[in-house]
Design a protein around this ligand. Structure first.
Ligand SMILES: NC(=O)c1ccc[n+]([C@@H]2O[C@H](COP(=O)([O-])OP(=O)(O)OC[C@H]3O[C@@H](n4cnc5c(N)ncnc54)[C@H](OP(=O)(O)O)[C@@H]3O)[C@@H](O)[C@H]2O)c1
Length: 325
């Protein structure tokens, strides 16, 4: 099957238990969702696997994504991580397997925003390609149908596309009306890569470590609210219609039946017009919410170093070939 036009997120942040998330997935399947965005680091694949196994939905009618976490970028660890996700999710294959972040940098659960791992590194292409070659091997073994990336910049994708034997099927990226990433989105789509939009509602309950006083709230924006009243829907639905109108597959997360249902419905009916999409483009304000500070290496100045905003991947001298690896 092809990837369904909307999925359901399963990141419970620091406040949704594994069982609550599994219950939300169960509700989502009953409502009609067939695309589930999982990840080993979310710590709930075993509970979700139980729901999938007992849902009665034939495997070929489900699209299941999982992701290899940053602590498993070495070749053998990628393979082992995929096999563990398959075991936990009780599946023979994944529809899509993503490299969660392009860095082998990770942080202890619940750490605070200033936390830095001494082992953290900037992006090193040769190391990423080792990870990617393991991802390709998983396709060849039949354990995953498609592979993809997440949290990539255009500069990193260009390098990957120049080196990969199997191109990424999808790139999962933060996308919501106030953070449209239009340039990167166009590049991804021009390359024939599907764009999966995470935090499509502006992640109102994201962890404290990803919240700053400058952050704006998509669902409170006057233009989003005005369109919601015009379409007689919740501002959340406008965010999801925005995603759909821009060719993005959104993966909103909710534990509430009412919200799961209205999110699903919002991409099935009453799309935004091209004028409304153009209006929403004008409110984009580069409002990145998932900044990734905890993945920074020692010596990095700010989260901007993670995203190659000027088109250049920063590689400090000591990490260049022959330097510290
Ligand atoms: N690849 C990556 O690095 C990455 C990063 C972040 C997220 N993700 C994925 O993307 C998924 C979604 O992102 P997210 O969870 O950060 O944020 P989100 O989907 O933008 O927001 C989720 C929040 O919105 C609320 N909500 C959902 N539907 C609503 C509605 N109709 N009206 C009002 N509020 C509503 C939910 O609360 P209720 O439970 O109260 O509805 C929940 O707290 C994640 O779960 C995860 O699977 C991936």
């Amino acid at each position: 099957m092809d990837m369904p036009i909307i999925g359901v997120g399963t990141f419970g942040s620091d406040h949704i238990s594994k069982d609550e998330m599994a219950e939300a997935v169960s509700l989502a399947l009953k409502i009609g969702y067939r695309n589930i965005d999982c990840a080993s680091v979310y710590g709930n694949e075993r509970e979700i696997g139980e729901v999938l196994a007992t849902s009665g939905i034939p495997r070929d009618q489900l699209w299941i994504t999982s992701k290899v976490w940053n602590d498993s970028h070495a070749y053998a660890k990628v393979i082992a991580s995929a096999k563990q996700s398959l075991k936990d999710l009780r599946l023979d294959y994944l529809d899509l397997y993503l490299v969660h972040w392009p860095f082998p940098n990770f942080h202890p659960p619940m750490c605070d925003v200033t936390s830095r791992s001494p082992d953290a590194r900037p992006y090193i292409h040769e190391q990423f390609m080792e990870t990617w070659s393991a991802m390709e091997a998983l396709v060849k073994e039949g354990l995953v149908r498609h592979i993809g990336t997440s949290n990539m910049s255009k500069a990193k994708l260009e390098l990957l596309l120049a080196s990969a034997s199997i191109r990424p099927f999808a790139n999962e990226m933060e996308l919501h009306p106030l953070f449209g990433q239009y340039e990167l989105l166009s590049y991804v789509q021009e390359q024939g890569i599907r764009a999966i939009g995470y935090s499509p509602l502006g992640s109102p309950n994201r962890p404290e470590r990803d919240t700053t006083s400058e952050d704006k709230v998509d669902m409170d924006h006057p233009v989003v609210k005005e369109l919601a009243s015009k379409h007689n829907c919740h501002p959340a639905a406008i965010c999801l219609k925005w995603a759909q109108g821009n060719g993005i597959v959104p993966i909103p997360q909710s534990t509430k039946e009412r919200n799961l249902r209205s999110n699903f419905q919002s991409v099935m009916e009453d799309p935004l017009t091209s004028e409304e999409l153009a209006l929403l483009k004008t409110i984009d304000c580069n409002n990145r919410l998932i900044k990734g500070q905890v993945f920074l290496w020692e010596g990095a100045e700010s989260y901007h170093d993670l995203w190659d905003e000027d088109g250049i991947i920063p590689i400090p001298e000591r990490y260049r070939k022959g330097g510290v690896r």
